[in-house]
Design a protein around this ligand. Sequence first.
Ligand SMILES: Nc1nc2c(c(=O)[nH]1)N[C@H]1C(S)=C(S)[C@@H](COP(=O)(O)OP(=O)(O)OC[C@H]3O[C@@H](n4cnc5c(=O)[nH]c(N)nc54)[C@H](O)[C@@H]3O)O[C@H]1N2
Ligand SMILES: Nc1nc2c(c(=O)[nH]1)N[C@H]1C(S)=C(S)[C@@H](COP(=O)(O)OP(=O)(O)OC[C@H]3O[C@@H](n4cnc5c(=O)[nH]c(N)nc54)[C@H](O)[C@@H]3O)O[C@H]1N2
Ligand code: SF4
Ligand SMILES: [Mo]
Length: 887
Amino acid sequence: MSEKVSMLGVPNNTVDENGIRWRRTRCFMCHMNCGVWCGVDTKTGRLVEMRPNEEEGSVLCNRLGSKGEKAIKFHYHPKRINHCMKRVGEKGEDKWEEISWEQAIDEISTKLMALKEKYGAKTLFSSEGTYRSDHLWARTRFFNLFGNPGNVVDPGTICWCWNYSLNMAMVGWPVEAIMPVSPSYTGTIVNWGKRWSEAYAPEGPLWRTMRGRIEVNQDNPAQYINIDTTCIDGSATADIWLQPYPGTDCAISFAWLNVIFEEKLWDDKFVRYWSNAPFLVRKDTGKLVRLDEFNGGKHEDFLAINEISGQPVTWCSDENRYYEDCEVTPALQGTFKIKMADGSEVECWTAFDAIEDRFKDWTPERASKISNVPARKIREAARLYATNGPAFIGWGLGGGDQHGINASQFGIAKTMARILTGNIDNPGGEYVGQPADPDDKEKLFPVRDSELELSDLLTPEIQKDYIGNERFRVMSWHGFKAIDKCYRKMFGLNRPMLHQMLCSPSLMWKAILEKDPYPVTACICWSSNPLAWAPNTKRVYKALKALELLVVVDYWKTPTAALADYIIPAADWMERPCCTTSEDSNDFIVTGDRGVEPLYDRHMDFDFFRALGIACGQKEYWPWETYEDLIEYRLERVPDMNREKATNLGNYFPYGTDFYKYAKPLANGQLRGFATPSRKAEIFSSVLEELGYDPIPVYTEPETPLGNPELAKEYPLRLTTSGRISPLYHSEMRTPGHGTRSVVPWPMTWMHINDARKLHIREGDWIWIETRMGRIRQKAHVGWDVPEGMVQVPPSWWYPELPAEEPWSQGVFDCAANVLIDDDPDLADKMTATWNARGLLCKVYPCIDPADQSDENVPIEYYDNPDAETVWDRAYKEIGCWELNGK
Ligand SMILES: Nc1nc2c(c(=O)[nH]1)N[C@H]1C(S)=C(S)[C@@H](COP(=O)(O)OP(=O)(O)OC[C@H]3O[C@@H](n4cnc5c(=O)[nH]c(N)nc54)[C@H](O)[C@@H]3O)O[C@H]1N2
Ligand SMILES: Nc1nc2c(c(=O)[nH]1)N[C@H]1C(S)=C(S)[C@@H](COP(=O)(O)OP(=O)(O)OC[C@H]3O[C@@H](n4cnc5c(=O)[nH]c(N)nc54)[C@H](O)[C@@H]3O)O[C@H]1N2
Ligand code: SF4
Ligand SMILES: [Mo]
């Protein structure tokens, strides 16, 4: 291997003196999408080396290997799916025939069209994964053209997207991000349940940035609050570490609000002038007073009281100002009798008061009894957060994702805290992006993902069939349209369906298994292994097997792919160019080239949806023959930009980053405000209210000894299914032979040493973890990292080395955490369908009878017969230890 050579400023596609052609690519082995140079030997066409993109400070992490050797093995791995496979045996029998790409597309499209004919376009759904490629828009485009209502199951229901939707409703932007846009300004960083060092790799940009900011040995580190059930990198050195029982964090967020109100720590200026906290709420209905009921005005307009005059003032949402020309200091607190247009007199108070009232009883002492975190620490953390700004609460799975019935309540409470403390769109706080300049809607921005989706094709008639449309309304067409309206008004762009239009998997399985509300019979499952990610694995299995057509597009024969009718080989990131607005969650664009041409019959996901689209009669909508053509098209409208230039730039920000944008005047003289119905930061969300929900959260005790004491008698331990470890990634990186499985060979359940001792469990023992849903086997990792009484089970396990045919199914029923998880929609979050995988009850016991465990390493016989072989002897022999061999 060559010496480290600087690639600074080297143009894309340069051939060096050794005949290696270097291309700038974007890695998709995690969401960081680092810039990576792929080097191909021009003589052999083989990928031989990778280098980090120094301009972006990339480091090749432990998924790729320091010279890309692991990723190269992944690329050439003999177990990759390289040709289209058609099932010839029974489903799940693992018998296949290799067919051509053309035959596969032809047969799949014919079957799909026949099912569409029989059951309608709604009979199809997509199962997808978390941003494994930049091609999600292509799926949406295909589905919209097919006439499908948007039936998709996707882990986004428990992973960020649900929270994205709530934040879109409240402040018009998905403020909860992985890291602050300008961390050097951040005074207090709250890491609410993210394993920074492992999610996205210890060498990756997330942990490097965040560790840099909280490092204790620097002049001015940010104050660091860590809220994690487990002692992780950074917990011990945190200024405050709260260690709650799993699934109880929502109570802590309520206590933070209690402290902020109780100790008057809110940012008066922001709350009074930029949030809707002064708007009046009726005491009888708990709803915002709207001008249609007050003076026959518009339903979209609101009412406040002017503190200067004591008189009502009316808010014009359209123009982001009060209708009255007088000076207005809106009252933040107070109860008022309001005369309505129909003559009735109604007692009202400010939204601020209504919210404060809800949290009056939520003292840190109360939250402490639920969460096991000392009240003093909860109080200190709330004070630090509220007083040492700019403050940032980062996104992490411990912070609401997978918290079931409390998820949205917790998500809303966090954003209430952000608004109360004025930490919205301030440098170092929670960034609000701009996908377009509101005054220059002629779009300097490259064509965004949302513009490629064609969501306007779907009529209300089609939309109503979206699975769960009336039930989980935040993530349905109802919620989508409410938010889309504000976004279009502000930015002149439509919103992407990608993050918000995600159905409850449980309701999808019901449609398949019970034809309720109609028969769902076909699935395109791409970049997704639902037998690993979705709750209640056994039910997922039944549903997938009941389908008339299951097509899986993947790199590997996963347990899900093994049940398919067709498996289609996917091209990996080294084989494909990239250009993306990251499903429009960013206001920058990421571009890269392909390192090599795809091997065998591997195709990009875009190629698959395009080919299928054309075969299904969508030809005129897929004009771009290659992804390169499409990238040129996306960049065309930007002056002075083209594919080559964007590729060399890698990351490109059309507008730069700017703060306090809400206070900036627009060309029409209005202040910009936020992309919400009232243009305010809606601490009391009018979108949620209109969807029929209470915008002020409540707490429900999840499945804990407090919430379910009867069940706790049989299942006494608290369970969370979580804890990412790098280089594993989701259910990926487990195939032996590319250097990642060996780093984490087995699923390790973390438990406290005192529990382990009581249960006769030792480090490394195989143990059963059982819930009321079923049981799985993992190995025990025993220590002090998790609190006593709790276990942490890592998700997404299967064993690629085991046979794919039933009943083995590559071990997924033996080790996957989701065997333990319930998918009952009644237990899920009412707004978003987020299910509970964090606050649950379980029991744990050794796989072998503890009586058989008697000192097997050095048994008593050893002392009688020194020649007897011990476990150690055998182990040393295997690794060739001469000292023992020679004894
Ligand atoms: N109990 C429990 N369940 C969980 C979680 C948990 O913590 N606990 N975590 C949840 C979360 S946050 C998530 S995001 C999900 C993970 O859910 P997913 O993101 O769906 O991850 P996987 O299930 O591993 O499926 C990804 C599949 O895509 C394939 N793949 C990768 N790249 C590509 C590509 O470019 N094209 C194609 N066609 N295929 C590709 C991989 O080989 C793999 O088989 O799991 C969720 N489920
Ligand atoms: N190595 C690796 N990296 C990944 C992924 C992967 O599969 N593997 N997946 C990617 C994806 S899609 C996602 S969503 C992210 C997720 O990344 P993270 O948000 O880091 O997810 P986890 O590691 O599951 O959980 C984070 C932390 O939450 C703690 N925790 C568990 N339950 C609770 C709880 O109830 N409350 C609190 N406060 N803490 C709790 C755990 O101890 C853990 O340290 O990672 C991404 N990066
Ligand atoms: S952190 Fe590693 S896996 Fe993730 S994008 Fe960067 S190089 Fe790829
Ligand atoms: Mo995720």
